[in-house]
Ligand binder design. Structure first.
Ligand SMILES: NC(=O)c1ccc[n+]([C@@H]2O[C@H](COP(=O)([O-])OP(=O)(O)OC[C@H]3O[C@@H](n4cnc5c(N)ncnc54)[C@H](OP(=O)(O)O)[C@@H]3O)[C@@H](O)[C@H]2O)c1
Length: 310
């Protein structure tokens, strides 16, 4: 990964921290996107100490706030006109309905819309890489619900787990739709994949949940793997030469697998895409991206052979 530039969101803890640390250890320049400057700087120091890398920096953004995502992306683009890897990892689990200042349910905003918007903002830089990779951390919980197009905020029947599952289903639909659009434009040097990290012992279920959910998560996560183990598929997709050019897949333990049936439906993916463009005020998702003359490749979405991470 020497010479590569990687951006990892939610990098101060859990799966994101382990992903960022591993990429730094492999020699990449890593930009951490963290909620505050303090968390970012603390994590830069920790990763530098753990890996000896001097190529780790941080930018601050509350990913529930679209303006902050745009500002963070602009700061990254100034420093790094070319980006090789974007790991959309930051995520949240809330028990209660909370709306962002843009009026969006917070889990949908952070877990999905932030992926959608940050990817758009960094797309011109990602498209300059000859092996650009976008990795979106989803979850098998996406199997548990569908997209509630009639009430995306779930105002009428809110349940934190349903909202979480919906946001994770949106991740897979986004991966499928952006993959389709990249191939249609002949942008075969840029890939996008979704990841199920498994059940991982992190604090995601205790930070913003009621005591009952927090207790349930503590019991459940006891059977999970370590954050380092949970980061393996992210690291594999971000760095292994084996997956160069492989795109549009849902990955678990470094192997592609089937996602929920609805996530293969192009109409659902397009419908969600249109809503996300409206919610983020994007009129041209590919604005600033240099067009390519390359012909679309028919097999760009073919599953890669099963492999263990390097
Ligand atoms: N743990 C699991 O079993 C599991 C299973 C399937 C999928 N996942 C997915 O894995 C990803 C990482 O989760 P994790 O388990 O590692 O949880 P985690 O330890 O809680 O890490 C989540 C990260 O996202 C950041 N984040 C959340 N809301 C943010 C916001 N508004 N602005 C900026 N940063 C924000 C957190 O920052 P703060 O520290 O400031 O809150 C933290 O760095 C998530 O997408 C999650 O859905 C996890």
């Amino acid at each position: 990964m020497e010479g590569k530039v990687c951006v990892v969101t939610g990098a101060n803890t859990g799966i994101g921290y382990e992903t960022a640390k591993a990429l730094a250890a492999k020699g990449a320049s890593v930009i951490l996107v963290c909620r505050t400057t303090e968390k970012g700087q603390r994590t830069v120091d920790r990763i530098r100490e753990a890996t000896g890398s001097t190529k780790v920096t941080a930018v601050a953004a509350d990913l529930a706030v679209q303006d902050q995502i745009r500002k963070a992306a602009a700061a990254i683009r100034v420093q790094h006109p070319r980006i090789d890897v974007l790991v959309n990892n930051a995520g949240i689990w809330l028990s209660d309905l909370r709306l962002t200042k843009e009026g969006v349910e917070t889990q949908f905003a952070v877990n999905h819309l932030a992926y959608f918007l940050l990817t758009h903002e960094l797309l011109p830089a990602l498209s300059r890489s000859d092996d650009g990779r976008i990795v979106c951390v989803s979850s098998d919980s996406h199997f548990q619900t569908h997209i509630h197009f009639d009430d995306l905020n779930l105002t009428h029947r809110y349940h934190g787990l349903r909202a979480y599952a919906q946001s994770k289903r949106a991740n897979v639909l986004f991966v499928r739709e952006l993959n389709r659009r990249l191939r249609a434009r002949g942008m075969n040097q840029l890939t996008i994949n979704a990841v199920q990290p498994g059940l991982v012992k992190t604090d995601i279920g205790v930070k913003h949940t009621i005591s009952l959910h927090s207790l349930a998560w503590k019991v459940r996560r006891a059977g999970g793997v370590t954050p380092a183990e949970g980061a393996r598929t992210n690291i594999f997709l971000a760095s292994s030469p084996v997956v160069q050019g492989v795109s549009g897949q849902y990955w678990d333990k470094c192997v592609p697998k089937r996602s929920a049936r609805e996530t293969y439906d192009p109409e659902t993916a397009r419908r969600l895409w249109d809503i996300c463009e409206k919610l983020t005020d994007i009129t041209d998702y590919f604005e600033g991206v240099t067009p390519t003359d390359e012909a679309p490749s028919a097999d760009a979405t073919a599953p890669a052979p099963a492999n263990t991470p390097s």
